[in-house]
Design a protein around this ligand. Structure first.
Ligand code: SAH
Ligand code: TMP
Ligand code: ZN
Length: 405
């Protein structure tokens, strides 16, 4: 039992992945064994229903200056953020001299569209090398962690923000009270704080267990985000499901009483009740499904190896850290993973030590099977790798079930 990071209520554990490494730090072969491990376990708060982890990995370990993730590596995500920017440029950022602040801007995938429109903006992110990419293309950035003190400084120098936006970052921040205090300090009157993150309802419905790793400290639902917003003086005024990363929800919050909630909020709350998202039994069956998927995947890879088939991994995602380490998948079963991110290549996966190679290694020669760790980019990757299929290659997926396509 632990205390909820949102409301202080009792948190009931429902799954323990055991010791897991920090997921986005890829050791060089010479640094194998230096990984930091922590206990990856998840539970839900009986009071506010927030799903959360028990052990917090320090933010400096998770997001060092050379954090290798680059958002712009995916064409799908580039399009997604272009659309988001276009929407906000036409709405929240259409008044006189608007100011846009983004928490976790990474390489500027969203910020660049706001900048191109000539809108005052600031991206905040500690991942210095990724942020340099955003800065080099002309966006205004601050290297650092968004928290109350950062927000107060921004408010002093730049004035209030009309829109504070964040994608795939708020769920990474255990010290969420400081983030909301910062948003309070920085947000203009009538402004909104919008964030999008992996959606718990999709994770449960599809057994996306590999969405559980160090960075995803919280797994948000509409109900728990509403409770969180209210606790910190905000209202949840809109929710919108988005078809990225296997199921994402965009949450729009405003200071208490400033905006009327849309009908979507109540609709999603009742959907979550139907899905029994706040009930212990739901998490027990999720846990059982995680165990059976992992056993089946390990058995399939072992059989293929014993039959002499060649299997290669595709996409050295953070998700793959949980899958490989929890299932016990190492280079004996998957000799390498190819990944387009230059910063990950010629390194190994944390804990499971599978070498990472550039995409060119995939075709020389093509393997018999490709284990798709980056299943959230399946359409883009399969379209790119049509020759692999034509050569008789098959894709292995492990969510929602283990299957071959
Ligand atoms: N928004 C991008 C990047 C998501 S990766 C996208 O959706 O693709 C998460 C990013 O959050 C990383 O670049 C990390 O460095 C950053 N981050 C983590 N904690 C942060 C904090 N407290 N303030 C600002 N950025 C943070
Ligand atoms: P993500 O699931 O966290 O977005 O990470 C996707 C990983 O997959 C990232 O390391 C980049 C890699 N990738 C490829 O190797 N080829 C591709 O075509 C795409 C879209 C991603
Ligand atoms: Zn709680």
């Amino acid at each position: 039992m632990s205390d909820c990071r949102i409301c202080g209520g009792p948190v009931q554990e429902f799954f323990d992945f055991g010791p897991q490494p920090v997921s986005d730090v890829f050791p060089k072969p010479a640094d194998i064994g230096t990984e930091h491990f922590y206990r990856l376990a998840v539970g839900f708060c009986e009071r506010c229903t927030m799903v959360q982890q028990f052990e917090e990995v320090s933010r400096e370990r998770m997001f060092p200056a050379d954090y290798p993730y680059r958002s712009s590596g995916s064409a799908l995500m580039r399009r997604h953020f272009e659309q988001a920017a276009a929407h906000y440029l036409a709405t929240e950022l259409s008044g006189p001299d608007p100011f846009y602040v983004e928490i976790g801007c990474n390489d500027g995938i969203m910020l660049s569209s706001v900048q191109a429109a000539g809108i005052r903006h600031l991206g905040v992110d500690p991942a210095e090398e990724a942020v340099k990419v955003a800065g080099a293309s002309g966006s205004r950035v601050h290297v650092g962690f968004f928290e109350e003190a950062t927000a107060r400084r921004i408010r002093e120098t730049d004035g209030p923000a009309n829109l504070i936006f964040s994608a795939n970052t708020i769920s990474h921040i255990a010290y969420i009270d400081s983030v909301f205090a910062g948003v309070h300090a920085l947000l203009a009157e009538g402004g909104i704080f919008v964030f999008e993150d992996r959606y718990l309802g999709d994770i449960i419905a599809n057994t996306y267990f590999d969405q559980i790793y160090d960075e995803h400290f919280y797994l948000f639902s509409v109900r728990s985000v509403q409770a969180m917003a209210e606790r910190f003086g905000f209202d949840l005024v809109d929710v919108e499901p988005l078809p990225v990363h296997g199921g994402t929800m965009r949450y729009t919050t405003a200071r208490r009483g400033e905006r009327q909630p849309t009908p979507a909020v109540a609709r999603w709350l009742s959907k979550e009740q139907e899905q029994k998202l706040a009930e212990r039994a739901t998490y027990e069956s999720f846990g059982a499904k995680i165990e059976s998927n992992c056993e089946e995947l390990k058995a399939l890879l072992t059989r293929l190896r014993d039959e002499g088939a060649r299997v290669v991994g595709y996409g050295a995602t953070c998700k793959s850290a949980t899958v490989t380490n929890y299932c016990g998948i190492g280079p004996d079963l998957v000799p390498f993973i190819c990944d387009s991110t230059v910063e990950k290549q010629h390194r190994v996966t944390p804990g499971s030590h599978i070498p990472i190679r550039p995409p060119a290694a995939f075709s020389s020669p093509y393997p018999d099977y490709a284990l798709l760790f980056a299943w959230n980019h399946a359409a883009e990757i399969m379209a790119k790798e049509q020759e692999f299929r034509a050569a008789g290659g098959k894709w292995i997926l492990y969510v929602p079930d283990v299957h071959i396509v």
